[in-house]
Ligand binder design. Structure first.
Ligand code: NAD
Length: 483
């Protein structure tokens, strides 16, 4: 059986303790690989390799760093099909999605930061009249830790690793133990691209073991983490007394506000996508739909009709629109929320059941589910489900929409549908979210700041925000003599 090893100092190596864990294919429910169950010793080895590589990598010219990162982007592009097949097998997502979104974006992440680093600049402040000049150096931090989740495995792994490397750091990184395959494959790509040994080290295993070892390592000075809010809070508690720099991209419960004056067809098609893309397992999916009451009944009828047409099936089939959810445990969690919804007085308008797929009877398939709720504060409407489940509720006016949208602990993203410029401006201004999309969804320009407020995280990724995170500013103040 395939063994997914660590990638340390440019080579694939077994975990020091010799133990392995099962990796499942969610589409079939079968184990397809063994994953290195690494521990502190492996993190220590990875750290040592990264620390040794740091002096040279941090002094490597920007042109050379940029050339190597661009080469990694090229190789990801060349290996689009095997990488997409691996991602789909590991995660259960439709192959078409991995081919069109996940892997192209992983390549773009490297290409974007290969260019961005050549444009990154720092400030200078002349203190007029005192013969004093200040300039700010932006220096790489050293060895940094990057920890990624399972929903967009290579996409989010590279979203951290690429800026960290571009800025001159060396990296100890960990993908999710649920979806480790494409990060494993990235090691070979980095070697082929000429990334020097030890610059990127990938340590595989469980979060509370190897992840914890990265977070608490005395000399890994910054942690960029994407994952659940509970894990983020735990990491913050461990890292804060060690004075580590932290970027936390956490959960969401994103509202979708639909005003009666919207472009109806565009809104409807996009809302189906923003609700159920990747089986609803995108942190930016809109999981709470609020519709202005004059449009509510029409929307409810048309939306449910469209959702019922969605094809749930094996990830490889070209007609599949929803594949399997990522794991058995995650399916159980989603089903528990569907059950809770009815207990809380919600009405299941469609979905709610498992789907049995021919030749994939043990796979984790669920129908896309729409739940009408009457209480904005019910748990199903307040807690992140992270699956193919959305709630639906009417609102009366702008103030009511905002009150409902903002009244959750999360603040990652929000979507607004209106053609009225005043409405879109006022609502965008008042939404408590790090990202607001108006008349669009998941429309990403990699230069823009990305991240959430409230329980959705601390810090921003994307563009120069990421390069600022992965560098330490140092002000140099020089007073020069009078002539
Ligand atoms: P998770 O928190 O369980 O795991 C994320 C990563 O952290 C994994 O690699 C895991 O092994 C590791 N980990 C777990 N415990 C750890 C610990 N104690 N110390 C260090 N590392 C640890 O999250 P998940 O279930 O993999 O991902 C789903 C969550 O991620 C959802 O809440 C989703 O909203 C969130 N997410 C957020 C964003 C964003 O940009 N804000 C993007 C994608 C996913």
């Amino acid at each position: 059986m395939l063994q997914l090893q660590n990638y340390i100092n440019g080579s694939y190596t077994d975990p020091e303790n010799g133990t392995w864990i099962d990796v499942f294919n969610p589409a079939t429910g079968k184990v397809y690989a063994k994953l290195a169950r690494s521990g502190e010793e492996d993190v220590a080895k990875a750290y040592a390799a990264a620390a040794k590589a740091f002096p040279t990598w941090s002094e490597t010219t920007l042109q050379e760093r940029s050339r190597i990162l661009s080469k990694i982007a090229d190789l990801i592009e060349e290996q689009l099909i095997p990488l997409a097949e691996a991602e789909s097998q590991d995660n259960g997502k439709p192959l078409s999605l991995a081919l069109s979104v996940d892997i192209p974006r992983a390549s773009s992440n490297f290409r974007f930061f290969a260019h961005a680093i050549t444009q990154f600049a720092s400030e200078a402040h002349e203190s007029i009249g005192t013969q004093t000049m200040n300039f700010t150096l932006r220096q790489p931090i050293g060895v940094v830790g990057c920890i990624a989740p399972w929903n967009l495995p290579l996409y989010l792994f590279t979203w951290k690793v690429a800026p960290a490397l571009a800025a001159g750091n060396t990296v100890v990184a960990k993908p999710s133990e649920i979806t480790p395959l494409t990060a494993y494959m990235l090691g070979k790509i980095c070697t082929e691209a000429g990334l020097p040994e030890g610059v990127l080290n990938i340590v595989q295993g469980l979060g509370n073991e190897v992840g914890e070892a990265i977070v608490t390592h005395a000399h890994i000075k910054a942690i960029s983490f994407t994952g659940g809010t509970k894990t983020g809070a735990h990491i913050a508690r461990s890292a804060a007394p060690m004075f580590k720099k932290l970027s936390l991209e956490l959960g969401g419960k994103n509202p979708n506000l639909i005003f009666a004056d919207c472009d109806y067809e565009k809104m409807l098609a996009t809302t189906v996508r923003s609700s159920f893309a990747n089986q609803g397992q995108i942190c930016l999916c809109s999981s709470r739909i609020y519709v202005q009451e004059t449009l509510y009944e029409q929307f409810k009828k048309d939306f449910v009709h469209r959702v019922q047409q969605l094809v749930v099936g094996p990830p490889k089939a070209s007609e599949t629109q929803l594949g399997a959810v990522v794991s058995e445990a995650h399916r159980d969690k989603i089903e528990a929320y569907i059950k809770l919804a009815t207990e809380e007085g919600g009405t299941i308008l469609c979905g709610g059941e498992r789907v049995t797929v021919d030749d994939h009877e043990e796979g984790y398939y669920l129908q896309p589910t729409v739940i009408e709720v009457t209480d904005n504060q019910c748990r199903v409407n307040q807690e992140e489900i992270f699956g193919p489940v959305v709630t639906l509720m009417p609102f009366t006016d702008e103030a009511d929409a905002l009150q409902k949208a903002n009244n959750v602990p999360y603040g990652l993203s929000a979507t607004v549908w209106t053609q009225h410029v005043d409405t879109m401006m006022r609502v965008s201004h008042q939404l408590e979210a790090g990202i607001v999309w108006v008349n669009t969804w998941l429309n990403r320009d990699l230069r823009t700041p990305f991240g959430g407020t409230k329980d959705s995280g601390v810090g921003r990724e994307g563009g120069f925000e990421a390069l600022r995170f992965f560098t330490e500013p140092k002000n140099v103040c020089i007073q020069y003599g009078k002539s």
